[in-house]
Design a binder for this molecule. Sequence first.
Ligand SMILES: [Zn+2]
Length: 142
Amino acid sequence: MKKILHLVLGIVLFVALSYAIEEIRITMIFYPILLNIAPDIDISFGSHRNFLTHSIAIPIVILAFNWDVFNILCVLAFAFHCLCDVSLRPSKWKGYYTIKFYHHTIFFGAEDKAAGAMTSLWLVVQGILGILLFIFYWMFWI
Ligand SMILES: [Zn+2]
């Protein structure tokens, strides 16, 4: 997905959340909106869809040290990015589009059709885990 579309969808999501959930103030959503496009920073390093930037691992580590509203929004930003990157036609995904450990495709060969399907599965799992953690936070912590 293009960066501008990630940005627009992130703005829509976080503005809607700030209206829906009283504890999320409008001033708290600026950085999560920017973090929504941050996973694609891996393109600057020559390899798209790094396994670390396209997962919720980094914001979860930060959340573990500082369990608060802002950091749960950051987890949601990474999760939402992953869900937006899911392809409806994953068998078309090869090489550039697959999840990578630096420059190497993690799932099978870079030209294998299964690599696209596994990449979509990876992104869906990251997105769902992030959303479940967000729901857990609001149900049991607030
Ligand atoms: Zn991405």
